[in-house]
Design a protein around this ligand. Structure first.
Ligand code: DC
Length: 231
């Protein structure tokens, strides 16, 4: 049997990281972890408790409440991936709204939030055989990962993809709103003091503006096979 490796997938928002990560995990029989869902869950918790809203952000109360937040992934065989649970409640749908997207980067800047989640992520990956996606996976969570992918695409391509997804789900948003959110998140994600989104030295960059999901999957599967062979 092939040796199990750790695959870290980082990149800008809406570059299709989770689609690629799920394809890889299903193909290789690996565990898939969407770390963005964990940051989104904390943002939802802050919203539910009134710690964050338009024009207000009570950081201190959120930090004090962190020990009361329990996050779990539970595999849903019908969907073929693990759904996010916050204190035993399935919040998979709630965390995908534009409202959560608009607050999540602020929550992800807090170092106490990041240390709590990074610790949990390291624990989930300790046996390898994992595909994890996020912003700091190849740099902070698994700097020793055998394969690191960094995904990019133009902001307009990403906004269009995200807009189509939200429309399909029945959300009422404009393309301009989605583009603004994508650009704001890019700015915050790349400029924060704590674990900003950066290209790890040993990461392989993939710009998927002009390639299909299938082409991208074949390219990355090829890279995985090379690593498994030589490792
Ligand atoms: O991948 P996503 O769009 O679901 O991520 C939501 C937000 O969480 C994103 O704006 C940045 C943040 N994030 C992060 O800071 N570190 C991660 N490892 C994953 C996500």
């Amino acid at each position: 049997m092939n040796k199990k490796i750790t695959i870290a997938i980082d990149g800008f928002s809406s570059t299709g990281k989770s689609t690629l990560a799920k394809q890889l995990a299903n193909n290789l029989g690996y565990v898939y972890v969407d770390t963005g869902a964990m940051y989104r869950a904390i943002a939802l918790f802050a919203m539910q408790n009134g710690y964050i809203g338009t024009g207000n952000f009570d950081k201190e109360s959120l930090i004090t409440s962190l020990p009361a937040i329990r996050l779990q992934f539970k595999y849903n065989p019908q969907l073929g991936f693990a759904e996010m649970y916050l204190n035993d409640v399935n919040i998979e749908k709630e965390i995908r709204t534009i409202e959560v997207s608009s607050f999540v980067s602020k929550v992800a800047e807090i170092s106490e939030v990041r240390s709590k989640l990074v610790e949990q992520q390291k624990e989930m990956g300790k046996d390898k055989g994992i595909v994890m996606d996020g912003r700091d996976i190849g740099t902070v969570v698994f700097p020793e990962a055998e394969l690191k992918i960094f995904m990019t695409a133009s902001s307009t391509t990403r906004a269009q993809r995200r807009y189509d997804e939200l429309l399909q789900k029945g959300d009422i948003v404009t393309y301009e709103e989605v583009l603004k959110n994508v650009e704001e998140r890019d700015y915050i994600d790349t400029h924060r003091d704590n674990s900003p989104l950066v290209l790890a030295e040993d990461a392989i960059e993939i710009d998927n503006s002009y390639i299909t999901r299938e082409e991208q999957f074949e390219i990355v599967l090829g890279l995985v096979n090379e690593v498994i062979k030589t490792d």
